[in-house]
Design a protein around this ligand. Structure first.
Ligand SMILES: Nc1ncnc2c1ncn2[C@@H]1O[C@H](COP(=O)(O)OP(=O)(O)OP(=O)(O)O)[C@@H](O)[C@H]1O
Ligand SMILES: [Mg+2]
Length: 241
């Protein structure tokens, strides 16, 4: 009898993950976390908690001790290409994301690698730029744009690839209120599994099904935003209010 593979319900599985930077600084300490398909999970916590370090493990930019699986696939050198096709990561700092002379080239980079047709690439680029409110920025140089504009452009470089899993490190930092509002709406529409690192309590309440609170490289709380984010003692203990 043929075995029909069932699509894994767990999009991201992290088991006993620890990471120390080359200078010895221990940034993650035995993290266990599972994110289900279609979930929107907020990762919150004070500066230096390890949020970005964790995000960088989700597409294999960093590899620590322990195990990270994306849709059942272990993140390792062998699977890196496949993992990166599934996970779109937007860095906290847009200067880490943008490297082409024009916005159009940066946003087209992913779709071109996916070997889409010319028309499909053009469609993906204009749709992603419209999503982030950067219509008309196609020929601008990312190096000569404001920080908020660069942040939007870096989001577009990932949205254009339509990944199964979106990992967004502080997506609305430096965005103006309208951009932030529109982005919150967009997150609600996108069907991907989403991991959103943020300090923005209102955005977390608006978009997240679940919030994971980190401090000092550890997960210190995990629960529904309405419960977790109304626990003032907890928020105060971990620098969120
Ligand atoms: N390249 C590095 N070398 C050594 N230590 C680092 C490096 N990058 C980060 N760290 C340290 O690792 C810890 C976790 O950093 P990380 O950037 O993951 O925190 P974060 O939760 O994303 O903070 P923030 O809210 O400021 O973005 C911090 O103590 C930080 O100083
Ligand atoms: Mg960070």
């Amino acid at each position: 009898m043929d075995v029909i593979p069932i699509a894994p319900q767990v999009a991201i599985r992290i088991e006993d993950l620890s990471y120390a930077y080359p200078d010895g600084h221990r940034a993650l300490n035995s993290i266990d976390l599972a994110v289900h398909r279609g979930e929107t999970v907020g990762i919150m916590g004070p500066n230096g908690a390890g949020k970005s370090t964790l995000a960088l493990h989700l597409n294999g930019i960093l590899t620590g001790q322990g195990r990270v699986e994306i849709m059942g696939l272990e993140v390792n050198k062998k699977n890196l290409k496949e993992v990166r096709n599934k996970v779109g990561l937007v860095f906290q700092d847009p200067d880490d994301q943008l490297f082409s002379p024009t916005v159009k080239e940066d946003v087209a980079f992913g779709p071109l690698n996916q070997r889409l047709s010319k028309e499909q690439v053009e469609h993906a680029v204009s749709r992603a730029l419209a999503w982030v409110g950067l219509e008309g920025f196609e020929d601008r140089s990312p190096f000569h744009m404001s920080f908020g504009e660069k942040k939007r452009a870096s989001l577009a470089t990932v949205l254009s690839m339509d990944p199964d899993i979106l990992v967004l490190d502080e997506p609305v930092s430096n965005m103006d209120p309208r951009g932030r509002r529109e982005f919150i709406q967009l997150i609600g529409i996108l069907e991907a599994t989403k991991v959103v690192v943020t300090h923005d309590l209102d955005m977390a309440r608006a978009v997240c099904d679940r919030v994971v609170l980190m401090d000092k490289g550890e997960v210190v709380a995990d629960g529904r935003p309405e419960k977790l984010l109304s626990d003032n003692a907890l928020l105060e203990r971990h620098g969120l209010v």
